[in-house]
Design a protein. Sequence first.
Length: 281
Amino acid sequence: MVVTLPKELIVKQVKLKVKNLEKMTDFYTKMIGLVLLKKEDNTVFLGAQDSSEAIVILEELVDPVVTDKTTGLYHTAFLLPSRKDLGNSLLWLLQNNIELGAADHGYSEAIYLNDPEGNGIEIYRDKPMSEWDIRADGEIIGVTEELDGDAVVAQADRKWLGMAPGSRIGHVHLQVADLEETETFYEQLGFSLKSNFGRRAKFFAAGEYHHHIGTNTWNGEHVPLIGENQLGLAWYTFQLPSRKAIELFIKQLDEMAVEYVNENEQITIQDPNGMQIKFEY
């Protein structure tokens, strides 16, 4: 029997393979507001304000492959602590003439943009859970409606100092080749299907969250898998709350015959779409 993952699970890190490290670092620090924690050769580590934990890693590739129509990252979603923080980020991006999209999803308010190399970014805040549309079977209904940008900006204190302390990655959204195969895979890991959006997107989570993982085939069904030297997503990492949780997770992988590598107490798995997922505690 599949055991669901603990509700304390979080998305810890996303690593991107990039073409121009200097330009990308400049964007993620100056526009998104992450802090450069350290640089090692062709790799930089970026975190939220007042944190020593890297949530984004950028690695510059030599002679990378550039292609669009494959599986890979749709967006990295940064979760801010409050509506005030979202208002500050929205104002900052508008003042810097960054092209934006925006939406009210019922459970969250979000703004969307792309980095200089075309990787999608979402910056959002969650509404109180009491406002979410949670059905009896656990489904959490998401909508895509116009964001009340004026109300969001009205909450800003106009003191944007970067990505607010306490910010983290709330979820990752992926472009996949086959939704049904992807659903089977994530459910074997212990995630629950939270929403089936128009049969072209599915959203999964641990616990009662609206989603830790989004998946879609909006780029086309059965597209080629992402390549090893291709720009974009290298891997993403989930953090489990304890050693016991990781031991139970490994036991489940064995029972489900899911292939993995266990190295230095970090579990690495390749999903059906050619993307690497890591689990640690």
